[in-house]
Design a protein around this ligand. Structure first.
Ligand code: GLY
Length: 373
């Protein structure tokens, strides 16, 4: 729950957050041969600005980024490396927003979403609303490698996983079940069902007081792990995995398993991923947007801030806005490029992201649009 826990950081300075150097136009990307014959991705013919291998992740990814960099250093493929990283969190019952121990849906059943993208081959795949399998990231990778499809959901995804030997288990821990019971016993305006209304009606539902919405956000995490990696050769991959919005309507799918929304990788540019309110990101496909902004020359942090601004501009429904017309929810974006530059941004202040560029993993503050009251 670290990912979406209440914030203690109230005063962040944007300038201090820019983990990225001067932007360049990657449309002049060059591919250079190495003495070993391996192709090295470069921007404008420049070698890495930041150290590579590099891995970044959401704030719950300290261990994931460490493991990803260790694996890339040992010569492992970038996708295998980042998946090995997030497997730590998927297997951890203490993280109630991902994998085993994740908070369940409205019916008390854990449903997981994940997607992966492999830059060198520009392939990707996802699984959504997957039950009983604690490593949806590995199932997504298997969909990528063993089918001609890009997205499998629900029962079909489970049958596919079974066919490939994934072990089924009960993912609901006692701690998660007790959280679910507490939520169920206190049902209120925090559920997801809305009364009938027209498509013009922006006023539907009670105007959520911002404090109440923040409380709801804390109680209903949309925590997730996104992990991105670039190796010494400039090859990029990424993975996003989650149990999604806690207590969601069964079958609800967030942004995490959707290529372009919860994750996007382009081996000619870099990678981006997200955590936070998936519904907002699904309507803006922000990971794709961020990679495209980096392609046009944005530094990673600037591209992430651009996506936050886009979501803020596109949020029109009153129930999703605070009294000043700002989004009453948070979305966080993470991005890196081939040069080993990285950054992250959130709609609201107080968030961090994990970085490993060879030593100990560390947390850096994300840039943000609005300071939390
Ligand atoms: N971003 C995770 C979700 O909304 O499911």
């Amino acid at each position: 729950m670290t990912q979406n826990g209440p914030s203690r950081r109230l005063f962040l300075k944007l300038a201090a957050l820019l983990g990225a150097g001067a932007a360049v136009r990657p449309d002049t990307l060059l591919a250079r041969g190495t003495p070993s014959g391996r192709t090295v991705n470069t921007f404008n013919g420049l070698r890495a600005e930041g150290p590579r291998p590099l891995s970044i992740a959401s704030a719950n990814g300290l261990g994931a980024t460490q493991r990803a960099v260790e694996r890339m250093r040992a010569g492992e493929d970038t996708l295998n490396a980042v998946i090995a990283g997030v497997n730590i969190v998927e297997n951890d019952p203490e993280d109630m927003t991902v994998g085993y121990g994740g908070l369940p849906n409205e019916d008390g059943i854990v449903e997981l979403d994940s997607c992966v993208m492999h830059g060198p081959t520009m392939r990707g795949a996802g699984v959504a609303a997957l039950r009983n399998i604690k490593n949806p990231s590995l199932v997504a990778k298997t969909v990528m490698e063993r089918t001609d499809h890009v997205l499998l959901v629900g029962e079909g995804a489970l049958r596919f996983a079974r066919a490939h030997g994934f072990r089924e288990e009960n993912l609901l821990t006692d701690a998660a079940r007790e959280e679910w019971l507490r939520w169920k016993e206190n049902l209120s305006a925090k559920d997801d069902w809305l009364p009938p209304h027209t498509s013009e009606d922006r006023d539907i539902g009670a105007l959520h007081e911002f404090e109440m919405q923040r409380e709801a956000e804390m109680e209903r995490p949309t925590g997730t792990i996104n992990c991105l990696g670039v190796n010494e050769a400039g090859e990029v991959s990424g993975v996003t995995t989650t149990s999604g919005l806690a207590f969601k309507i069964p079958g609800r799918v967030g942004d995490s398993p959707i290529l372009g929304a919860g994750l996007y990788v382009d081996n000619a540019v870099g990678a981006a991923g997200s955590t936070g309110r998936g519904e907002a990101n699904l309507q803006s496909l922000a990971s794709f947007l961020i990679v495209e902004r980096m392609r046009q020359g944005d530094a990673p942090t600037d591209a992430c801030l651009f996506a936050c601004r886009r979501i803020a501009e596109q949020t029109k429904m009153k129930r999703l806005l605070d009294e000043q017309g700002r989004p009453a929810f948070n979305v966080n974006f993470y991005a890196l490029n081939l040069r080993g530059e990285h950054g992250a941004a959130s709609i609201w202040s107080g968030r961090t992201y994990a970085v490993n560029d060879g030593g100990e993993s560390r947390l850096l503050d994300t840039a943000y649009l609005y300071e939390r009251p």
